[in-house]
Structures are given as structure tokens and as C-alpha cells.
Design a protein around this ligand. Structure first.
Ligand SMILES: Cc1cc2nc3c(=O)[nH]c(=O)nc-3n(C[C@H](O)[C@H](O)[C@H](O)COP(=O)(O)OP(=O)(O)OC[C@H]3O[C@@H](n4cnc5c(N)ncnc54)[C@H](O)[C@@H]3O)c2cc1C
Length: 492
């Protein structure tokens, strides 16, 4: 990819190593289609591909380039589930409903895997994800794993010793392993998805912002700078970039920037000595940290801001995070630093469904968008073409105002608070472990200086004999009244 293209895609490692097609032409003539998709990220591209595969006409309007933001800049972990934690989902909708949602999230994951396999998109996919605990809480991890199994995920429970074999750091305790998860080159996947959508008959226009929509009537209208689109259905898949065309919808997602670095190549032995696991790792529910080894580099993400910032500003902090967790890697150098913007709904669940007749929303996938965009794209395409109603399972997660500027401040402060609490809890857990270890060592030392149990019994016998010998009465010297003195062995 040449330099201006790389900059469009955030100057990331993935942009550097992607195979980018030439830009697609913007829309210059009016178009009349069954479905108009606004937004060429993963959600919009999957919807377009699945609509086209069902024989309907579909156009994708992308303001910039396909997958230029979150969809092409993410870290590529394809996981089951959602941004919201499973216990909260169960609490909100009940176990059976949560199971049905979980199955949809897994179908999204399967869709990505199948698409990649069928089209030979990236043969060197790495498998597995570890969700690692920075505090020592075996019971809590066990019950999380039980719940995940109950929801339908085949997870492994890894004790501290096993985790420390895979990730050589005292910072980690137990973990849940997700063997069904896998890791991809996100930009290559998104670009391939666009190609597959076109092969199925979809039309994609880059550099074509949808500026306004008229959702009334059977044929809806979308205005772009040079032409108009008429469509029976509109799918809003613009994530946090949707802006003014439906401000009340845009206000329901909170834009969150997260930061990623890719190190320079690290010596192979050194890297695999520190990180023997080749899947991905998350050691938090929030931003700090998610990482995986990509070829001979470490791709490491963390930090979040609700404002735009130069990613190199956060690269130093991420480098410090790497050093803190894996000091044996030394002072790693950073080759790439980039950021991307994800969209979080207040309930941290995707917003999927029909807003008004013929206007659909696919948004709010948060940091869990690879499987859920696939899920949503499939669900919406099936709903439009086949009248499928699976999307109704998301009705409990309705549109809630994300709080505007105040919401962004609250999110930022919550992140800082969470991060501080997490760090304190993690360092308390490590201290407790050190104390336990030094307590054990002290007890061992004391035990070593003490005689063994057998010796002890012998010493007690010796002592008793000595005492008995001291107490023996001196012969021929009766006490008063001619009786033996008190304490003598024959006293009553
Ligand atoms: C740094 C980072 C790491 C992440 N890591 C992971 C991960 O490992 N695993 C995971 O599952 N998820 C991850 N995510 C989340 C995931 O990338 C997103 O949830 C997902 O890509 C969102 O896709 P999308 O299609 O909804 O939005 P986007 O990718 O943001 O696409 C929306 C598109 O719509 C276009 N658009 C908006 N408005 C208009 C308009 N009016 N007219 C025309 N076009 C418009 C935009 O230009 C944009 O291209 C990560 C996100 C980030 C930022």
C-alpha cells in the first residue's frame, strides 16, 4: 500500500501488510435499488454481501474508504459473545434468552471463519483466546466458566500454574480459554468481504457520504453530494461516524478511541520464552490490555479516550505496560502506533433491528465487533429478504441516549477509575501471593531447624527420664512421720 493509503487506514501494521485494491468510484448518477447500506465497515459490507447473495440489488455508500476505521484497524480477535459480560446479559433477559443471543454471536464467529476458509483469505489464522485474571480468584473464574458453558461455549479453565507456563509473568492468575476463538488480519478480511459482496452483485461507492435521508414512504431517498439513491430499505451501518443524517440515532453510541502498537521484530527465542501462547490474550474487561504475537512482533492494545489524540502519545504508555508485564523482553521498540474509534451503546450490546418500516440499524458493536457485525449483517439481510425475526431478540437492548458530552466525560472518568482499581487489586493480589510464598518459606525454615517428629518423641522421652532421675528420693532419709517425702515415685 502506498503512503497516502496507509495514512487513510491509520498507518497500522495491518495497513502496511494489506493488499489494497484501487479506490472505488464515488456515486455520480442516481441509483434505484432494493437496499441502500450506509457505511462500508464490517457491518455494512456483511449486510450488502448477504442481501446480494439472496438476489436483491444493493448499494453501499462509504464516505471514506472501505473499512478505513475500526473495521480495518482492530486487533483481529474473533470471539464469541458480546461487549457486555454474560452475567449481566443473563440478569437482564434470563438464561434462555441469553442462550439464544449467545448462539447468534457464535454464528457470527462461524461466519467469519467459514468466509475465510471458503475463500482462502488468510491461511495462517491463529487459534484461541485467553481471558486472564490479574487477581487470584479461582472460585469466581470457575463460576464464569460454568456460566459460559451453560450459555453454549466450550471453554477451558486454566489454573495459575498453567497460565504462567504459557505467559511467563507473575501478573497473571487463573484464565478462561476459548478454543473456538481465532485471530485474523482484520483489514484483509474486510477488504475480502467487500470483494465478495461485489462478486455477489453488490455495488460499492467510496468517497460517497450519505448527507440526508428521507425515510418516509415505500421508496426512501438518500442524498449524496452528486446523486440520489432510491431504495425500499435503508441500513444505517455508519457506527460513530453516522453524524447528522440521523442525529438522534448517532447520539445513542459513545465514540471511544483505543490505541494499538506493534513492536519491532523481537528475537524469536526471547519472544516465545516470554509468551509461549500463540493465540490472543485479554487481561481486562476494559481497555488495558489486549495482545497477541503476530509473526515476530507483539501487537498490544490498550488505553482509551473519548477524544481524538495522536496515537504516538499513548505508545509510550503501552510500551511501559509491555515492560511491566514481560520485563524479560527488555525495552521493546515500537514500529507502528495507531488508534481506531469504536461505538459503545450504554448497555454495551449491539443495536440491531428495524427503527421504522424499512429503516434498519446495525450499530454499537463496541470492542467485540468482528463476530457481532457478521451476526448483525446476516440477521438484517435475512430480515429484509426473508422476513426473519431473529433480530427481535435484541429488542430488550433499546436505543438509549449515550449522554452527549456528559456521557463522554462519565465514560472517560469511569475508565480511569476502573483502571486504577484494577491496578490496585492486581498489585494487592501479587503482594498477597508474595506474602504467602514468604510465609511458607519462613515456616519451611522453622521446620528445617526443628527436630523431626521421631527425634522429638525421643527427646521427650529423654527429658522425662532426666526429670524422673532428678526426682528420685535420697535413700535412708525418711520424711517427717517416717513417710516418704511428697513427690517421690511411691507417693499416693
Ligand atoms: C483499536 C480497536 C481494536 C479492536 N479490536 C477488536 C477485536 O480484536 N475484536 C473485535 O471483535 N472487535 C474489535 N474492535 C471493534 C470492531 O473493530 C468494531 O466493533 C467494528 O469494526 C465496527 O464495525 P462497523 O461496521 O460498525 O463500523 P466502522 O468500521 O466504524 O464502519 C462504519 C463506516 O461507516 C461509514 N459512514 C458513517 N457514516 C456515513 C455516511 N453518512 N455516509 C457514508 N458512509 C458513512 C464510515 O466512514 C465507516 O467506514 C476493535 C476496535 C478498535 C477501534
Amino acid at each position: 500500500m502506498d503512503a497516502p493509503d496507509i495514512a487513510t487506514y491509520g498507518s497500522s501494521l495491518f495497513a502496511e501488510t494489506a493488499i489494497l485494491p484501487p479506490p472505488r468510484a464515488p456515486l455520480t448518477l442516481d441509483a434505484d435499488v432494493d437496499v441502500c447500506v450506509i457505511g462500508g465497515g464490517l457491518a455494512g459490507l456483511t449486510t450488502a454481501r448477504e442481501v446480494a447473495r439472496r438476489g436483491w440489488s444493493v448499494i453501499v455508500l462509504e464516505a471514506n474508504r472501505i473499512a478505513w476505521n475500526a473495521s480495518g484497524r482492530n486487533t483481529g480477535f474473533v470471539l464469541p459473545g458480546f461487549g457486555q459480560s454474560p452475567d449481566v446479559i443473563v440478569e437482564r433477559v434470563g438464561l434462555d434468552h441469553a442462550r439464544a443471543l449467545w448462539a447468534l454471536s457464535k454464528a457470527g464467529l462461524d461466519y467469519v471463519r467459514l468466509t475465510m476458509q471458503e475463500h482462502d483469505i488468510q491461511p495462517d489464522v491463529s487459534d484461541g483466546w485467553l481471558a486472564v485474571s490479574k487477581t487470584d480468584r479461582p472460585e469466581a473464574i470457575q463460576s464464569e466458566a460454568d456460566l459460559l458453558r451453560n450459555l453454549g461455549s466450550d471453554v477451558d479453565l486454566l489454573p495459575t500454574e498453567q497460565i504462567r507456563e504459557l505467559l511467563k509473568t507473575p501478573h497473571y492468575f487463573q484464565a478462561i480459554g476459548f478454543p473456538e476463538a481465532f485471530n485474523i488480519h482484520p483489514l484483509n478480511y474486510a477488504l475480502a468481504l467487500a470483494r465478495l459482496a461485489e462478486e455477489a452483485g453488490a455495488r460499492i461507492c467510496e468517497g460517497t457520504p450519505a448527507m440526508s435521508i428521507d425515510p418516509a414512504g415505500i421508496r426512501k431517498r438518500v442524498t449524496t453530494p452528486h446523486a440520489r439513491v432510491r431504495a425500499a430499505h435503508i441500513v444505517l451501518a455508519g457506527n460513530v461516524h453516522l453524524g447528522n443524517i440521523m442525529p438522534e440515532i448517532a447520539r445513542t453510541v459513545l465514540p471511544v478511541r483505543t490505541y494499538v502498537v506493534a513492536t519491532k521484530a523481537i528475537e524469536k527465542e526471547k519472544l516465545s520464552e516470554a509468551i509461549a501462547w500463540r493465540g490472543s490474550v485479554s487481561d481486562t474487561d476494559w481497555a488495558d490490555n489486549h495482545y497477541r504475537v503476530v509473526a515476530d512482533r507483539l501487537v498490544w492494545s490498550g488505553r482509551m479516550t473519548t477524544w481524538d489524540a495522536n496515537p504516538w502519545r499513548y505508545a509510550k504508555g503501552l510500551r511501559r505496560d509491555i515492560r511491566r508485564v514481560f520485563p524479560q523482553l527488555g525495552d521493546v521498540e515500537i514500529d507502528y502506533a495507531w488508534s481506531g474509534t469504536l461505538g459503545n451503546a450504554v448497555h454495551r450490546m449491539p443495536q440491531v433491528g428495524e427503527l421504522i418500516g424499512g429503516v434498519w440499524l446495525a450499530s454499537g458493536f463496541g470492542g467485540h465487533g468482528l463476530n457481532t457485525t457478521a451476526m448483525a449483517g446476516n440477521m438484517i439481510a435475512r430480515a429484509i429478504v426473508d422476513g426473519d425475526t431473529a433480530w427481535r431478540l435484541f429488542l430488550p437492548f433499546e436505543l438509549i441516549w449515550a449522554g452527549g458530552a456528559l456521557g463522554r466525560t462519565v465514560a472517560q472518568v469511569s475508565y480511569w477509575t476502573y483502571r486504577t482499581k484494577e491496578r490496585l487489586a492486581a498489585s494487592a493480589a501479587r503482594k498477597a501471593e508474595r506474602d504467602r510464598a514468604s510465609g511458607k518459606a519462613m515456616r519451611r525454615a522453622q521446620t528445617a531447624s526443628k527436630p523431626a517428629a521421631g527425634d522429638l518423641r525421643q527427646r521427650v522421652r529423654d527429658m522425662r527420664e532426666k526429670q524422673a532421675a532428678r526426682r528420685k528420693p535420697s535413700l535412708g532419709k525418711p520424711g517427717k512421720n517416717g513417710r516418704p517425702p511428697n513427690g517421690s515415685p511411691d507417693a499416693p
